[in-house]
Design a binder for this molecule. Structure first.
Ligand code: HEC
Length: 128
């Protein structure tokens, strides 16, 4: 009885934890957003395209955690935000398509794509 009880409690707790905290990042959505929003701006700037495989998993993780874009002039999050998507959606299909995705989910998707494509990631990607 006590075993069943504690198993039930454990199951309920893990369900709760899964729904409350875990998000299964969608690297494909991250790739679309990265290519359509991040890269489309980079290629129009002197910086040029920034491929996922230009950095290691550790470097991307640190970069995104620091959240300092363009040498600290602004945050990376700003370009992931709903507000930014809303501001460009008239001319950007990905921003329009993902207009309502929560910021944290889209940020996790982009991170998953960058880490997967990193120099030492599962499938290094040069095509940004
Ligand atoms: C509106 C234009 C624009 C958008 C959108 C944009 N970037 Fe950038 N990004 C830049 C510019 C300009 C630089 C170069 C800044 C410099 O060298 O001073 C840059 C630089 C970078 C760098 C190189 C390191 C650094 O911060 O200088 C990374 C990595 C980067 N961007 C990631 C991203 C990601 C991820 C997104 C999308 C979530 C994104 N950028 C969206 C304009 C943009």
């Amino acid at each position: 009885m006590t075993i069943i009880k504690s198993l039930t409690i454990a199951a309920v707790l893990s369900l709760f934890a899964a729904s409350a905290f875990a998000y299964d990042a969608n690297w494909k959505r991250g790739r679309i957003y990265y290519r359509s929003v991040c890269t489309s701006c980079h290629v129009a700037q002197p910086v040029g395209s920034i491929n996922p495989n230009a950095r290691t998993v550790a470097e991307w993780t640190a970069y995104l955690a620091a959240d300092k874009h363009a040498k600290g002039k602004e945050s990376v999050k700003q370009y992931v935000s709903k507000a930014y998507r809303a501001s460009i959606k008239a001319s950007n299909k990905a921003a329009e398509k993902f207009a309502d995705v929560p910021d944290e989910e889209l940020a996790a998707d982009i991170k998953a794509f960058l880490i997967k494509g990193a120099k030492d990631g599962d499938s290094p990607a040069s095509c940004s």
